[in-house]
Design a protein around this ligand. Structure first.
Ligand SMILES: NC(=O)C1=CN([C@@H]2O[C@H](COP(=O)(O)OP(=O)(O)OC[C@H]3O[C@@H](n4cnc5c(N)ncnc54)[C@H](OP(=O)(O)O)[C@@H]3O)[C@@H](O)[C@H]2O)C=CC1
Ligand SMILES: O=C(O)C1=N[C@H](C(=O)O)C[C@H](O)C1
Length: 252
């Protein structure tokens, strides 16, 4: 990409809660230009016609993979905020990228700096505690549960526990209502709350003999995600292949 010209950005899901914020952030930044703002009914070819260099994918778990594949096939870098992409989708993106070695895709479970740090703190803490559980709390219009952030947090905690060869968490439950102990994500119980008035919140709870540790992050406003979106837009052109999480872009 020409480093002096503004980066031509296309936003997918442009009239959505996140998409409309992303449109505003891209328009406000001096080094990015909003070249395309696509909604559900708009053909993806609009990205190509507008000369988009980086697409920001903020639609729905059901449409994200096809959108990313279209972009990769057309040499467009992608910053993916849409959550609910699992191992299969990430493998499919990797396979597609193998055909286009110069293209970069960033899949960011959470763009907020505090959320990225809280995942890293949770990863650090995991090996020191017998028990770990996650409570994520979101607005009721969210399609996926658990949240992408909670799934990612559980994965890193699960991996850290396995690396430290910790015993299974203590839990004497033998009789329960369906769902009472949450979803099991890599051995970590994850509880999802959907509630009017909320935006995006998460508590990671750790416990061991005589003490607990709680790591909490709150996004009260979707503007909290925009510095991370713009960082991804600026960086992804020089990071070919698949990057998961903002961590390497933040030097973490
Ligand atoms: N990584 C992060 O930091 C964050 C990620 N997110 C994720 O971003 C995604 C969007 O969230 P949010 O903005 O709240 O959701 P919204 O429902 O507000 O916006 C989604 C937009 O995508 C459009 N859309 C839905 N389905 C399709 C489709 N099949 N093809 C094309 N466009 C489609 C919708 O169109 P229409 O208006 O017609 O329904 C809507 O405009 C979610 O997956 C969410 O989890 C959210 C916040 C932060
Ligand atoms: O849908 C949302 O709102 C959010 N989705 C992402 C997720 O699933 O983790 C990020 C943040 O929690 C907001």
């Amino acid at each position: 990409m020409n480093s002096s010209a503004p980066i031509k950005v296309g936003v997918l899901g442009a009239r959505g809660r996140m998409g409309s914020e992303a449109v505003r952030a891209v328009e406000e930044a001096v080094d990015t230009e909003l070249a395309a703002a696509l909604n559900r009914e708009d053909p993806l070819s609009g990205l190509v016609h507008a000369g988009v260099q980086v697409a920001v994918e903020l639609t729905h778990p059901d449409s994200a993979l096809a959108n990313v594949e279209f972009c990769v096939d057309h040499g467009i870098h992608v910053v993916v905020g849409t959550s609910g992409l699992g191992t299969e989708e990430l493998d499919a993106i990797r396979a597609r990228l193998a055909e286009r070695p110069g293209v970069g895709v960033l899949v960011a479970p959470n763009f907020a700096i505090g959320a990225v740090l809280s995942m890293r703190f949770a990863e650090l803490a995991a090996r020191f505690f017998e028990s770990a559980e996650i409570v994520e709390l979101h607005h009721p219009k969210k399609a996926d549960a658990p949240s992408g952030t909670a799934a990612r947090t559980a994965q890193v905690i699960g991996r850290a526990r396995a690396d430290a060869e910790l015993d299974p968490m203590p839990d004497a439950t033998t009789k329960e209502f369906d769902g009472a102990r949450g979803a099991d994500v890599d051995g970590v119980p994850v509880h999802s709350v959907r509630m009017a008035g909320l935006v995006a919140h998460q508590e990671v709870l750790f416990g061991t003999e005589g003490e607990t540790l709680t790591i909490r992050h709150d996004s009260y406003d979707r503007r909290s995600f925009m510095p991370g979106v713009l960082l991804g837009v600026r960086e992804i052109g020089s990071r070919p292949g698949l990057t998961v999480g903002l961590d390497p872009l933040l030097g973490l």
